[in-house]
Ligand binder design. Structure first.
Ligand code: ATP
Length: 359
């Protein structure tokens, strides 16, 4: 981003903008708490939803038929004139794409856009998490499968179509079935990742790395509710019995529930976050700044196996618009991740360090 743009933003009244989806209610709510004007990039049919929640609604709607329109020159100029800083969230990254955000989005964006690219590329993500010395699920080639494994497809958005297999034979059988039923493409099949199915309790930890305060904050955590896998046990059937009934497991996120960890596990969880930040600073300087989430499984030995990173605000933070059982001890007031982003921007502008937190 140009020095001129940073200069012009340093004295402007800034506003916070995002796409109306995912964590937008929380982002607008938090921005308003910190005194920012807000702009919601919205599809016409979604406007009503945001208007139904006045404290989470943007001050101004910028209506588009397709979210990729935000890359159009006149829309970007309009946002820059309004002193907008974009907050990327999961739907934002999915609709616009990490490489177009990096290359074509001129509007200043909260955080380091490079981290979205590192997260979005499976090889780079693996390099990042390995370099951080996190324990990752073992990876397998089809002929090596000797235990329960999860087969993940890059194109399969949000866990739809993932397979559970425990032998090479089962892998080929289920893969062919998914291809025949059109659930996955040939490209999905060729680029599938086979991972050990980690047995334990899932935990999605929401961190915030502050470049301005030079510290890592543990803001909250959640557990995702994934359909249908989270309720399949109620049928009391084995995997094979379910398959005969035509019931395939899927991991589609439909909501989130709050969680806390036993206190003795917190030092380890903080250390995992610290190492993730240190590694990002080494791999793509200046590294990740702002919110991120490590998705992990805590085994019965109380070890954490990390299976994914999200280098942006995650939807599980929507549980805590009024703060969490962790953010209250850091801030002494109702600090959500959305508000924390706005606070960082305000403080960066006040101390003339905006260039460190936007890209
Ligand atoms: P998203 O982009 O929404 O995070 P995704 O397509 O990247 O989804 P993952 O987050 O990797 O997929 O996995 C989806 C779900 O599958 C997880 O939330 C978890 O329930 C389960 N899962 C993934 N990897 C493993 C694993 N190695 N062991 C056990 N469960 C797993």
């Amino acid at each position: 981003m140009s020095e001129d743009l940073i200069q012009s933003y340093s004295t402007k009244d800034l506003s916070i903008a995002t796409i109306c989806s995912h964590t937008a209610l929380q982002i607008f709510h938090g921005a308003r708490q910190e005194g920012f004007k807000t702009i919601g990039i919205c599809r016409p049919e979604r406007k009503e939803l945001y208007e139904a929640f006045p404290y989470g609604s943007p001050d101004e709607f910028l209506l588009v038929d397709d979210f990729s329109e935000i890359l159009q020159s006149e829309i970007q100029d309009r946002l820059i004139d309004a002193g907008a800083i974009m907050v990327p969230h999961g739907s934002f990254v999915e609709y616009v794409g990490p490489s177009r955000i990096l290359e074509d989005l001129r509007v200043p964006t909260f955080g380091n856009k490079m981290s979205l690219n590192w997260e979005g590329n499976r090889h780079q993500e693996l390099k990042w998490l390995s370099d951080a010395k996190l324990r990752l699920p073992n990876k397998f080639e089809p002929h090596e499968i000797d235990r329960l494994c999860i087969v993940k497809f890059h194109g399969a958005k949000g866990g739809r179509g993932f397979l559970l297999v425990s032998s090479e034979e089962e892998y080929h059988q289920l893969l062919e079935k998914s291809l025949k039923e059109g659930k996955i493409s040939r490209l999905d099949a060729d680029t599938a990742v086979i991972q050990e199915y980690a047995i334990g309790v899932r935990c999605y930890v929401h961190y915030f790395y502050s470049s301005i305060l030079n510290r890592l904050e543990l803001l909250s955590m959640d557990q995702r509710l994934e359909s249908n896998i989270d309720e399949l046990h109620r049928m009391g059937s084995t995997r094979q019995e379910l398959a005969k009934l035509g019931v395939d497991p899927s991991y589609v996120v439909m909501g989130n529930i709050p969680m806390v960890l036993r206190e003795s596990l917190l030092p380890e969880v903080l250390a995992l976050g610290e190492r993730t930040i240190e590694s990002s600073q080494k791999l793509f300087s200046p590294g990740l700044t702002g919110p991120f989430c490590l998705e992990m499984i805590c085994t019965p030995e109380l070890e954490f196996i990390v299976f994914e990173i999200s280098a942006r605000i995650v939807a599980g933070t929507n549980l805590f618009p009024l703060g969490s059982p962790y953010s209250c001890y850091l801030w002494g007031e109702a600090m959500s991740t959305g508000r924390r982003i706005a606070w960082e921007m305000k403080e960066a502008q006040r101390t003339e360090r905006l260039g460190e937190i936007i890209s």
